[in-house]
Design a protein around this ligand. Structure first.
Ligand code: GAR
Length: 197
């Protein structure tokens, strides 16, 4: 039986598409849900075009009530019955209680070479620090932000004239290669990290 993968997004969903398009043919998983915390996320229409069920749990009516947001989020996710959850540009911080429910079954992609630059503005911070390389990391989600066992990393050089935007544009295609590779390996029961290139 194919594993079911729920993908959580907040924005354009390019990583979601890379994951969804990888789950074809003899791949051991299939996308069962694309869920966004924003009704405006561009990835929702793209998921629908791929024939994937979508849902929105808008965080804004739950301002100041994270438990209420997560109760609704959990309900939508459990309806879809996923084996794995892939956070793909999902820009809400999840509580330890929520994360604990999916221990070992929730992944995230983060645009830095973790443990460097947890949080936001990763590329600008790497450039400001004078780093010579940047990249992205796929990791298991644990209660601590952008933490958890590393399942894969991809590196790119930082060029002398890079801006946060040009660097992000160089890292993003590596995200699209790394995340499906990690998902595939994980579905086969292998948690050994993948390093690209
Ligand atoms: C990606 O660069 C992803 O690594 C980043 O958001 C972008 C989403 O793009 N995630 C984070 O910053 C999580 N802290 P996408 O919607 O096109 O996949």
């Amino acid at each position: 039986m194919k594993k079911r993968v729920a993908i959580l997004i907040s924005g354009s969903g390019s990583n979601m598409i890379a994951l969804a398009e990888s789950m074809r043919g003899d791949h051991p998983a299939r996308p069962c849900l694309v869920l966004s915390n924003s009704p405006l996320a561009g990835g929702l229409a793209k998921a629908q075009a791929l024939g994937i069920p979508t849902a929105v749990v808008d965080h804004r009516p739950h301002k100041g009530d994270r438990a209420g947001f997560e109760t609704e989020l959990l309900a939508r996710i459990e309806e879809a019955g996923p084996d794995l959850i892939a956070l793909a540009g999902f820009m809400r911080v999840l509580t330890g209680d929520f994360v604990a429910r999916f221990e070992g079954r929730m992944l995230n992609i983060h645009p830095s070479l973790l443990p460097k630059y947890k949080g936001l503005d990763t590329h600008a911070r790497a450039i400001a620090a004078g780093d010579t390389e940047a990249g992205c990391t796929v990791h298991e989600v644990t209660a601590a932000l952008d933490d958890g066992p590393i399942l894969g990393q991809a590196r790119v050089p930082i060029l002398s004239d890079d801006t946060a935007e040009t660097l992000a544009a160089r890292v993003l295609p590596m995200e699209h290669a790394l995340y499906p590779a990690v998902l595939r390996r994980l579905c086969d029961g292998n948690r050994a990290p993948i390093y690209l290139p």
